[in-house]
Design a binder for this molecule. Structure first.
Ligand SMILES: Nc1ncnc2c1ncn2[C@@H]1O[C@H](COP(=O)(O)OP(=O)(O)OP(=O)(O)O)[C@@H](O)[C@H]1O
Length: 265
């Protein structure tokens, strides 16, 4: 089981009675959760229970979705992420995101990593910044001799580590990972999982995964979401949230036990 407990834990995110709807239809409701610093927190649950919806609400990535509304509060280090006057660019700078499908820009490896720092005016020592990010994503040794070649020539696993390097190049505080290894083969998946163990020393990581073994391998804390029927609608709710070893070994809720043992979902 991953990682030892650290005390005292820093609360990085606090969701308070969060409800997210699309076009007036609730996708998740009543979500109360605290996410702690320098841990890996996994979000698991059956398809459609709102894992990605919740993840994307942490850095306002749903804002551009037509009909999206959020009730309740999402606090990031005590600040209301949806409060008036919040700079969305700053939110995204501090809270980076990596998606399921590797999505490098059609540019060189170097320019992929340098893109966000350049845009944010972090132009000094760019070569060092690029190298540091690639080292941080355990990719440097594989690409150091071809930095000027297209990132599209990398393997899928390398592309995903490039996307992680791109995210950490601007030194965020948090990394949100939405099924980061589901499109990768087992070896590339293992590389990403190893990387998470290293990255959590520096970053707070929240990962959505369908793969329960993966959650058990990488996460310190695990949140299990499921679908509840509320007012005749199926809505995602947080069933149980605890240390990963509790969720997978001695969960309190029958629904959690059934899901992690493969009897449901
Ligand atoms: N952009 C959107 N517009 C409208 N409805 C959406 C949108 N995104 C998600 N939903 C709805 O919200 C609910 C939760 O979806 P979400 O993708 O968050 O679940 P998930 O648990 O991540 O699913 P999966 O495991 O299949 O990826 C679903 O009913 C989905 O149809």
């Amino acid at each position: 089981m991953a990682g030892a407990r650290r005390a005292p834990r820093q609360v990085v995110f606090e969701a308070r009675d969060v409800k997210v709807s699309y076009g007036g239809k609730p996708a998740i409701a009543g979500v109360d959760v605290k996410i702690y610093g320098n841990l890996v927190t996994a979000i698991i649950g059956p398809s459609g229970c709102g894992k990605s919806t919740f993840l994307r609400s942490l850095n306002r990535l749903n804002d551009s979705v037509k009909g999206f509304t959020l009730d309740g509060q999402v606090l990031y280090r005590g600040h209301d992420v949806y409060g008036g006057g919040v700079d969305r660019v700053e939110v995204r700078r501090r809270i980076g995101m990596v998606f399921q499908k590797p999505n490098p820009f059609p540019k060189s490896i170097y320019d992929n990593i340098a893109w966000a720092p350049r845009n944010l005016g972090m132009k000094s020592d760019l070569d060092e910044r690029v190298e540091k990010a690639l080292r941080g994503a355990a990719l440097w040794d594989e690409v150091k001799d071809r930095l000027r070649q297209s990132a599209l020539g990398l393997s899928g696993g390398q592309q995903q580590r490039l996307c992680i390097a791109r995210a950490i190049a601007i030194e965020p505080d948090v990394l949100l990972l939405d099924e980061p290894a589901s499109a990768l083969d087992p070896i590339a998946t293992a590389a990403i999982e190893d990387l998470m163990h290293t990255l959590k020393r520096r970053y707070t990581i929240v990962i959505v995964t369908h793969n329960m073994q993966q959650a058990a391998r990488v996460a310190d804390r695990t949140a299990f979401f499921s679908l509840d029927v509320i007012d005749d609608r199926r809505v995602g709710t947080l069933v149980e949230y605890d240390d990963t070893e509790v969720i997978f070994g001695r969960a309190a809720d029958t629904r959690t036990r059934d899901y992690v043992s493969g009897r449901f979902g």
